[in-house]
Design a protein around this ligand. Structure first.
Ligand SMILES: Cc1cc2nc3c(=O)[nH]c(=O)nc-3n(C[C@H](O)[C@H](O)[C@H](O)COP(=O)(O)O)c2cc1C
Length: 458
């Protein structure tokens, strides 16, 4: 069988994610309904109809206020704010579906592993093992301030803290409650066997957690680990921990070599590269005919907001584009403590040196390189050739109009991909990890660092 494309739908519990300015589109239901229970039920059912592997909830815990040194552009343009807590949408969506999985973004910089591990176990129980955790270290200084810090922790230090955060969480999930700990024996008056519930006694640089874990083992114990760091530190972290990683690059070859680089690093951690699935961004504008698709793209371009795009870039990269006034100057790299790959992509990682004019222009327009536009066959051609050229396992599908763009994808593109034999016509049984890696693989594989903390067999 040909290699099958994996699909996540990129979501956020806010009016808008990265479709800057598109909240104004009259068909953008999410603008008004992102707070409604029914919106999430309907979305989940749509994605399961389209055989999506997972819905991926992005999350930030601050406001983008680097651009123009102000929070106003982000608030005015609805850039990932207002923003609700995505964790609460998951049980609602799980109840409405049987197979769709859920990747939840949680920051290791502004949470605590003891509380976090219980929340994730709870969600893994409620979804019957359909949970993933997108590990992020957070790039917004406003988050740091609201958690009582004058400054953001430095970029590389955040990864060091994240590494210990995961170690604590792994110990709670993998090395605290043995499988047979719940006895539920009325005759012996024994609900759970204390000898099978273990302290973890973690003492590290950032955390002291004696344990035991509060929850009993959930179907996967550790949720599937997603990660999207792409700086050298981020790649190393992904190589050690990620089961699903996000990669990108200016060309398919660059994306392919990023995947290979992370897989090589993973081997140095003693991991099997086959344990890692790589995803990249995808955005599609599809209609019955090419002309209709072009009309849609033109409409989205008219609504696009450069201000919103610059506000999002400011927070994620640390570059305030309002300060770049010499349009002919070269847009140079400078070190920031925000997301470093975002900054590098337009500077030292760009295929050529860019002027300030070119950079600002790339935010002001909706670029065609962000989306495959066409009829169902053209779009499927574009997806298939990108899939083959990069060697990715799947895509994180963004959408300009929600749920309209997803409905178009499910109705027009999914059947075409299925006809070509590169997209599933039905789900595998089992937990999310089993669906991704095969029957019987519900737990972390033995070579994963999370499995190495085990003190008893699972
Ligand atoms: C597909 C994708 C989704 C991401 N989702 C989030 C998110 O929800 N929240 C967040 O704080 N960062 C998110 N990021 C940013 C990454 O966590 C990371 O900060 C960024 O890729 C820069 O990596 P670096 O810090 O190693 O340079 C995402 C990145 C990608 C590529």
């Amino acid at each position: 069988m040909a290699k099958q494309i994996r699909l996540n739908a990129f979501e956020m519990t806010s009016a808008m994610l990265n479709s800057h300015g598109l909240w104004k589109h009259p068909d953008n239901v999410r603008t008004r309904r992102y707070k409604d229970l029914d919106y999430y039920t309907e979305l989940a059912q749509l994605l399961e109809r389209g055989k999506f592997d997972a819905v991926f909830f992005a999350d930030v815990i601050g406001i983008y206020d680097v651009y123009k040194a102000s929070r106003d552009p982000a608030i005015r343009e609805g850039v990932q704010v207002p923003l609700n807590d995505p964790a609460f949408a998951i049980p609602i969506m799980a109840q409405a579906t049987k197979h769709l999985s859920f990747a939840l973004t949680v920051s290791t910089t502004y949470d605590h592993p003891y509380a976090h591990a219980r929340r994730m176990s709870t969600l893994d129980h409620l979804t019957k093992g359909r949970l993933a955790w997108n590990v992020v270290t957070s790039y917004l200084p406003s988050a740091a301030r609201n958690f009582g810090h004058d400054e953001m922790m430095k970029h590389d230090d955040r990864y060091e803290l994240a590494d210990e955060f995961l170690e604590v969480a792994y110990k709670l999930w993998e090395a605290s409650w043995e499988d047979g700990a719940i006895v539920n024996d009325v005759r012996r008056n024994l609900f759970a066997d204390p000898s099978k519930v273990h302290e973890i006694n973690h003492v590290g640089k950032f955390f002291r957690v004696p344990g035991p874990h509060l929850s009993e083992p959930s179907p996967q114990r550790t949720p599937v680990i997603y990660q999207a760091g792409s700086s050298p530190k981020g790649r190393d972290f992904a190589a050690k921990h990620a089961e699903c990683l996000f990669v990108g690059g200016p060309t398919p070859e660059a994306t392919r070599s990023s995947i290979q680089d992370i897989k090589n690093r993973a081997e140095r951690y003693g991991r099997d590269p086959e344990e890692i699935k790589a995803f990249t961004f995808l955005n599609v504008v599809v209609a019955e005919t090419e002309e209709e698709a072009e009309l849609k793209f033109a409409e989205y371009s008219r609504l696009w907001s450069g201000e919103a795009a610059k506000a999002q870039y400011g927070g994620s990269s640390g570059y305030d584009l309002s300060r770049y006034t010499d349009l002919d100057a070269i847009f140079e790299y400078k070190h920031t403590e925000h997301g470093q790959s975002r900054a590098a992509s337009l500077t030292k990682d760009a295929p050529k040196k860019l002027t300030v004019r070119e950079v600002l222009g790339s935010f002001d327009r909706l670029s065609r390189k962000f989306a495959i536009v066409g009829d169902p066959r053209q779009v499927a051609d574009g997806i298939q050739s990108y899939f083959e050229a990069t060697g990715v396992d799947g895509f994180n599908l963004a959408h300009f109009v929600t749920p309209g763009s997803l409905v178009d994808f499910v109705e027009l593109v999914v059947p075409e991909l299925q006809r070509r034999g590169i997209y599933k016509t039905d789900y595998e049984e089992g937990t999310f990890r089993e669906k991704l890696f095969g029957p019987g693989k519900r737990y972390l594989p033995d070579h994963h660092p999370g499995a190495k903390v085990r003190t008893f067999p699972v």
